[in-house]
Design a protein around this ligand. Structure first.
Ligand SMILES: *[C@@H]1O[C@H](CO)[C@@H](O)[C@H](O)[C@H]1NC(C)=O
Length: 277
């Protein structure tokens, strides 16, 4: 710190005038969280009793929001002691859903976008916890954004503050998904109920959902390969305000997943690398 101050202090006035704004912009980018300006006091999505006109502050029609997580074991992805992010999907309030809502915003180079717009922390987290078992992380992120992210009414570019850079709504999306995922530690919740990965043990569906319900307060849905090998969990929410900075209110699952009611396998991941962050 002292050395840096000394170096700066020794620079000529003109150089300092150049350096100061660059440094200032960098700081701004790191700290800037886009703000929606939306209140979270209005009705939750899917719970309005009258038509809402400002869809920048009320998620519609996709007001049933699923935070979906993977447990990938074939091949394994991510830390052996954490589920990973699949996505954040907007379902309509009746369980139907829209996809690929705005091809003009199918951004590429998500890593570059996040880095340029001050979300490198989000990016490093994604590199560890938002990974695919059959494509590159970059392709997976692009897919999740273009397929699902473009469908959020509260993430329309016109909802963002004037002068926001191109793609700022996608940056907000990735920040929100990571932030929400961090509040849903499936591995830890199951482990604290004695439910840990095992090559031999089986669990009933209600053992698993009850464990999550005890920790989280609401029931998730579980998806299985071949009815019994657990690979995915979905947490359901309604939203007050905007995806950018609104309140995600947890609710019980709206739809049963594909797992059978018993004989469920929660297989260990291969490799032993545990989570860094
Ligand atoms: C809730 O608001 C949306 C968006 O304006 C509207 O389409 C829907 O009909 C509203 N629901 C009710 C019950 O008024």
């Amino acid at each position: 710190m002292l050395a840096a101050a000394l170096v700066l202090g020794s620079l000529a006035g003109s150089a300092l005038a150049f350096l100061t704004p660059v440094d200032g912009m960098d700081l701004f980018a790191r700290n800037a969280q886009v703000s929606s300006g939306c209140s979270t006091n209005g009705p939750a999505s899917c719970h309005n009793t009258t038509a809402q006109s400002n869809l920048c502050c009320f998620e519609s029609p996709g007001g049933l929001v699923l935070q979906v997580q993977f447990w990938d074991t074939d091949p394994s992805t991510g830390p052996s002691d954490s589920w990973t992010i699949h996505g954040l999907w907007p379902d309509n309030c009746d369980g139907t859903f829209e996809e690929d809502c705005d091809p003009s915003r199918d951004y590429t180079d998500i890593s570059g976008l996040l880095t340029a717009q001050g979300a490198s922390d989000t990016l490093s987290f994604m590199e560890e916890f938002w990974v695919s078992d059959d494509e590159s992380s970059e392709d997976f992120w692009e897919h999740e954004w273009s397929t699902h992210g473009t469908c959020y009414s509260t993430l329309e570019p016109s909802c963002l503050p004037a002068g926001s850079p191109k793609g700022a709504e996608a940056v907000a999306f990735f920040n929100t998904v990571v932030g929400l995922f961090q509040t849903l530690p499936t591995y830890d919740w199951l482990a604290s109920a004695g439910i840990t990965p095992s090559a031999t043990k089986t669990y009933t569906l209600s053992e698993i959902t009850n464990a999550i319900q005890s920790a989280h307060g609401f029931t998730p849905s579980l998806d299985c390969d071949d009815d019994t090998t657990i690979f995915q969990i979905s947490y359901y929410f309604n939203l007050k305000g905007s995806v950018i900075d609104g309140e995600f209110d947890p609710i019980n699952m709206a739809e049963q997943g594909s797992c059978a009611s018993e004989g469920l396998k929660y297989l260990p991941k291969s490799g032993s690398s545990t989570r860094r962050s």
